[in-house]
Write a protein of this length. Structure first.
Length: 426
């Protein structure tokens, strides 16, 4: 590639929760200008790369990111200036060397990732390719089945539900756009059901409803009812995916279902709960069914349920090849959640995905609960071809931006666009 990196600038912007985050603007010497914005999690895994925050309580309660911004402008930019933006691995490696820590704590993973994504986008733009084609090549044509988080609990909502995410997966649709339509129709049916029961239709951080339910099971019951009310067949057309994010309520005593007053369960009892749920509801995927410290529990659970259900590690792996390699060795799950900001650069994220592919594991590209209008992951999931994306509910523009971008990609690919359920072919 002819163009070279001419300038890199960062600024502090706000995410969907009103907390500061990093935006990076990259300019190439051919006039190309591209930008990227970094997301932020709430139920973060313990071993995620470090999100650098200022800690100055006088600004944004300590959550400012001016240090990360300065690191981009003063440390990273001078190093990358003059580099070929299409050499993503080299660009990322230069930042890793400059940082020199295992968790990117010197520069901040938010600083590094912002640059990494903006450089990828600038390179794509400069060679006249859409981002998905630049990152994925001519074979990038698979649209993902969305996991749509329509009931929020756990740390994402102030309600009586322990489990963080109850998601729709319209995997029986013939195309991405029809899958999106099914999801939106079920979402609206769910809203009227919740409203009719006299419960709140206010939404949580990812745009799912956050009513006070009598127990956790009621989340699945409501969704099944909504799928039917919208005219779809539960399981066949629209299935359920869960992310209970159990690390958030794992205590020394066990899994404490405090929000629903459901008592404390040990690893085997949680596994038994999921086994019952898989029997009672059309559940095709469970993420973090056990805590990030419960490796032996994960192995036992996957041996028991992995043949019937996709078992996804999120906090367990934090998109890091070190942990995914262990998971593969110990058969701890059969799928990995992929979040760019957990590891902190585009090329390391791709390495993690390659590891999944080699093991025959599935991988799901995911947003964070704190998002921006940046739709990078929509292009990224098509480029990586894994066929599954988790990007929130059917409201709130920071979530819809990703769905709308996927609609654009589907339209652009035309007849070449591919869409298939990861579950019927497995
Ligand atoms: P987070 O939640 O972005 O708050 O970490 C998402 C998830 O747990 O998958
Ligand atoms: Zn998760």
């Amino acid at each position: 590639m002819q163009a070279r990196i001419a300038a890199i600038n960062a600024m502090e912007i706000l995410d969907s929760r009103g907390n500061p985050t990093v935006r990076v603007i990259v300019r190439l010497d051919d006039g190309t200008i591209a930008q990227a914005s970094v997301p932020s999690g709430a139920s973060t895994g313990e071993y995620e790369a470090l999100e650098l925050r200022d800690g100055d309580k006088k600004r944004y309660g300590g959550k400012g990111v001016l240090k990360a911004v300065t690191n981009v402008n003063e440390l990273i930019a001078p190093k990358l200036k003059g580099m070929d933006p299409s050499r993503q691995g080299e660009v990322d490696r230069t930042m890793l060397d400059l940082d020199g820590t295992a968790d990117k704590s010197k520069l901040g993973a938010n600083a590094v990732l912002g640059v990494s994504m903006a450089v990828a986008r600038a390179a794509a733009q400069s060679c006249g390719l859409p981002l998905y084609a630049y990152l994925g090549g001519a074979g990038a044509r698979r649209l993902p089945v969305p996991m749509m988080n329509v009931i929020n609990g756990g740390t994402h909502a102030d309600n009586s539900v322990d489990f963080q995410e109850f998601m729709l997966m319209p995997h029986g649709a013939p195309s991405f756009s029809e899958s999106l339509r099914a999801g939106a129709e079920v979402f609206h049916a769910l809203k009227s059901i919740i409203h009719k029961r006299g419960m709140s239709t206010g939404v949580g951080d990812e745009g799912g409803f956050a009513p006070d339910l009598p127990n956790n099971e009621a989340g699945c019951e409501l969704i099944v009812e909504a799928i039917k009310a919208a005219g779809y067949a539960p399981g066949k057309d629209v299935a359920i995916a869960l992310d209970p994010a159990t690390s958030a309520f794992a205590t020394d005593a066990g899994y404490d279902l405090a929000k629903s007053k459901g008592g404390v369960k040990n690893s085997a009892e949680m596994t038994a709960l999921w086994e019952k749920w898989i029997g009672d509801f059309p559940i095709v995927s469970i993420e973090d069914p056990l805590s990030e410290h419960d490796w032996s529990g994960f192995t036992a659970l996957t041996a028991k349920l992995g043949g019937r259900c996709q078992i996804v590690g999120d906090d367990l792996y934090v998109t890091n090849t070190r942990f995914v390699a262990r998971g593969i060795k110990e058969s701890a799950s059969n799928a990995v959640l992929i979040k760019l900001n957990q590891i902190g650069s585009v090329s390391e994220t791709i390495e993690t995905i390659e590891m999944c592919r080699r093991a025959g594991w599935r991988y799901i590209v995911s947003h964070r609960s704190g998002e921006t209008e940046d739709s990078f992951i929509a292009d990224f999931v098509v480029a990586m071809g894994g066929g599954q994306i988790k990007t929130g509910s059917l409201c709130r523009s920071e979530r819809i931006a990703k769905y709308n971008r996927l609609l654009e990609i589907e339209r652009e690919l035309g007849a070449a666009a591919q869409f298939e359920s990861p579950f019927t072919t497995a």
